[in-house]
Design a protein around this ligand. Structure first.
Ligand code: FE
Length: 251
């Protein structure tokens, strides 16, 4: 069964990385909640997409230069007055949920991984008994390498961007996965097709997609039988998957 990951708590339905989006996702009959993490200057871990606040809140600045209190004072656009959550708060929210974590390790404003951040994220998840329910993802091979040593045995998914895929091709992606011991990749839904899926799967690597937000994109992900796809519209994705399953069952 293709798994659904509610991207940033379902951005197109609830706003980007909002408390109500994460709360709603926790009660949904889907498998994963996708979120991104950044450190504050005083050691907290914030669940937010951008490394800065200005894109999606009423505040400004790089999260890594701000204190927890400063980040908490930001109000998220289209978030019904909500403020950014800490990873600790997200763990508490999902402790009673059947939805598991898909934690993306993001770079800072300079596009580079935060120094020493990955072990802190792993420790925080471990402290709240969520590490065993967490799969990780990243566009950065360096962060995936760090995860392999900080959280041995936990799922790691390489997000292969369109420009990387165009540059190295499917064979190049397979070679990089083998060199970095990466068991699973995700590509942008518009880059996915049967041939790419077959090449990746034939190499023993799991194949998934991201950014399946429209009905045709969600139906494409289901038709390709990807392992998992992320979507900004989890409610729509669930309805389409239910209909897809009913159709498959009557075949
Ligand atoms: Fe993400």
């Amino acid at each position: 069964m293709t798994r659904i990951a509610s991207h940033r708590g379902g951005t197109l339905e609830f706003g980007d990385s909002t408390p109500q989006g994460f709360t709603a996702t926790a009660a949904m009959a889907l498998e994963e909640v996708e979120f991104d993490v950044h450190p504050t200057v005083d050691g907290a871990i914030i669940v937010h997409h951008d490394p800065t606040l200005e894109g999606t809140t009423d505040s400004r600045g790089a999260i890594a230069d701000l204190t927890l209190a400063e980040v908490k004072s930001a109000t998220i656009n289209y978030g019904a007055g909500g403020h950014p959550l800490t990873l600790e708060e997200l763990c508490d929210l999902y402790a009673p949920s059947t939805v598991d974590f898909r934690c993306e390790i993001k770079p800072g404003v300079n596009g580079r991984p935060y120094q020493g951040f990955v072990p802190k994220v792993v420790d925080e998840l471990c402290r709240h008994a969520m590490l065993e329910r967490t799969g990780f993802s990243s566009f950065m091979l360096e962060s995936l390498d760090e995860l392999a040593s900080a959280a041995p045995g936990r799922p790691r998914l390489w997000l292969v961007g369109p420009s990387v895929l165009r540059q190295v091709g499917a064979r190049g992606v397979v070679e990089l996965c083998q060199a970095h011991d990466i068991p699973e990749i995700g590509v942008h839904i518009e880059m996915a097709d049967e041939q790419l899926a077959a090449t990746i799967r034939d190499a023993g690597i799991d194949f998934g997609c991201w950014a399946a937000h429209s009905r045709p994109q969600i139906e494409k992900a289901l038709s390709l039988a990807v392992k998992v796809f992320t979507t900004d519209r989890p409610t729509l994705a669930l309805a389409i998957r239910d209909a897809f399953r009913r159709k498959e069952a009557t075949r």
